[in-house]
Design a protein around this ligand. Structure first.
Ligand SMILES: Cc1cc2nc3c(=O)[nH]c(=O)nc-3n(C[C@H](O)[C@H](O)[C@H](O)COP(=O)(O)OP(=O)(O)OC[C@H]3O[C@@H](n4cnc5c(N)ncnc54)[C@H](O)[C@@H]3O)c2cc1C
Length: 197
């Protein structure tokens, strides 16, 4: 990426490397000689199963216990359930564990009158967190042009429009859009510096 940037008031063209490698972001940083920020990938498991035949589950809400030990929600005619697991794991092509599926079934069946029955599909993925569970968005203090866009944890789909906007604005203008400041967010809140001690 070779944008014209105006950081610090000076307009210049410089190579920018955006590190958006998810669970691998610390490894990619290390490969580039940049100090990792201490990201921890955590496995999260999900499964799809049929709702009760006599119910219109399409308008059911997300149902989640107060301690976030399980949840389910409607998903395209099925129910998507999860044990809300957060197992720390090295970055990898993660696969679901039978035990986590069994835990999800057990918790949902014990706390509701649902019968999970046949599981249509099961999978797991990595949710990657910084120590303070806040996104890491900003230039590395120790490498010119190296930009972090990582640590989106369990909410990276919902936050992606805002974080993409923040990224473009920080790179091109050297600041967050005004409406972010109006909401009380400053670049320091999400900058990698806060994690580097
Ligand atoms: C089961 C589950 C349920 C979730 N539910 C929700 C939800 O309801 N709402 C929500 O907002 N979020 C949810 N999330 C979280 C969301 O998926 C993540 O926060 C989001 O995907 C993070 O986006 P990312 O782009 O930072 O990382 P990723 O989506 O992991 O993308 C990183 C990409 O970089 C690639 N990559 C890595 N290394 C390299 C390399 N060296 N070269 C080239 N490419 C590389 C990877 O292959 C990957 O495609 C869920 C996650 C899981 C696992």
């Amino acid at each position: 990426m070779w944008p014209v940037t105006s950081r610090g008031g000076a307009v210049y063209q410089a190579p920018i490397f955006v590190n958006a490698a998810g669970a691998w972001a610390d490894m990619v940083a290390a490969m580039a000689g940049v100090r990792p920020v201490g990201l921890v990938p955590k496995r999260r498991t999900a499964m799809l199963f049929d709702p009760p035949a006599d119910q219109n589950s399409g308008n059911w809400p997300l149902v989640i216990d107060m301690d976030e030990q399980w949840y389910f929600k409607p998903d395209a005619g099925k129910l998507l359930g999860s044990p809300a697991d957060e197992t720390p794991i090295e970055p990898c092509d993660v696969q679901p564990e039978e035990l986590d599926i069994a835990i999800a079934v057990d918790r949902i069946e014990r706390m509701t009158n649902l019968k999970v029955g046949r599981i249509d599909h099961r999978w797991s993925g990595l949710r990657t967190f910084a120590e303070d569970k806040t996104v890491v968005v900003g230039f590395a203090p120790d490498a010119a042009g190296f930009f972090w866009l990582a640590g989106q944890g369990g909410y990276g789909i919902e936050t992606s429009p805002a974080m993409a906007t923040a990224t473009a604005s920080l790179i091109v203008d050297g600041k967050l859009p005004d409406r972010f400041a109006e909401l009380g967010l400053s670049p320091a809140d999400i900058a990698p510096d806060r994690l580097l001690g």
